[in-house]
Design a protein around this ligand. Sequence first.
Ligand SMILES: [Fe+2]
Ligand SMILES: [Fe+2]
Length: 274
Amino acid sequence: MQREHWKISDLPWDQFDSSKVETNVLEIIKAASLVEFNAHDYAAYLCNVFPDDAKFQEAARSWSLEEIQHGEALGQWAERADPSFDFRGSVARYTAGYRVAVDTAQSIRGSHSGELIARCIVETGTSSYYTALADATDEPVLKALCRNIASDELRHYKLFYDYLKLYLDREGLTRFERLKIGLSRIQETEDDELAYAFFAANAPADATFNRDLYTSAYMVRAYRFYRREHVERVVTMVFKTCGFKPHTVWQGMANRAAWWLMQTKTKRAMRKAA
Ligand SMILES: [Fe+2]
Ligand SMILES: [Fe+2]
């Protein structure tokens, strides 16, 4: 029997504490709410890319409902923390300027396995992000919400990973092909999606979008919550996705490289944002 999913009304709203809301956190939560709420576009894209797999299509539709709920819950929290924030209005501003290309019959990753690797990488990122945020915030509602979302994201990772194993049996990508796709998806974190969401959620109405500026603004606020253990978990999940054995000397090296890269990117973003 499938367990019942958590509800937004189950969150401890009566414990909401405005004195524990940090401005920087509020800004990135507003941005996250828009990206999560946009998941129905990704479900449509995934259904187009997997036209012959009804079971996967059904799983993708259920997955997107959970992502949309993440957006709705984060949006409600942000409106509570900042009554001037208009979640629906920001969603409209975001989707007017940023759209996922859904009407494609082929994965932009070149294969079904490639598509599933990209999905695993995204869920790796989100599960570590919400874990880091839950660990960092002292606001009780946000802490509980980020914990719920982080466990959903981990379950999403497992969902896509299980399908990845099935498709790898058919398509047989090598570990290096998998790694190449994984790294390119990680690199895309700096594309417009998050930067535009940060802009749509936070910039004044008359501001114009500047990718560099808003990528830096987002990065400076988001990366500072990551501690070493969060980064190591990301590396473990990326290793698993690409077929490399985790917890080896290679992973030790990758952990150090990832941590160094994150610090370097944060410092560079801080200079740009300043
Ligand atoms: Fe999510
Ligand atoms: Fe997810």
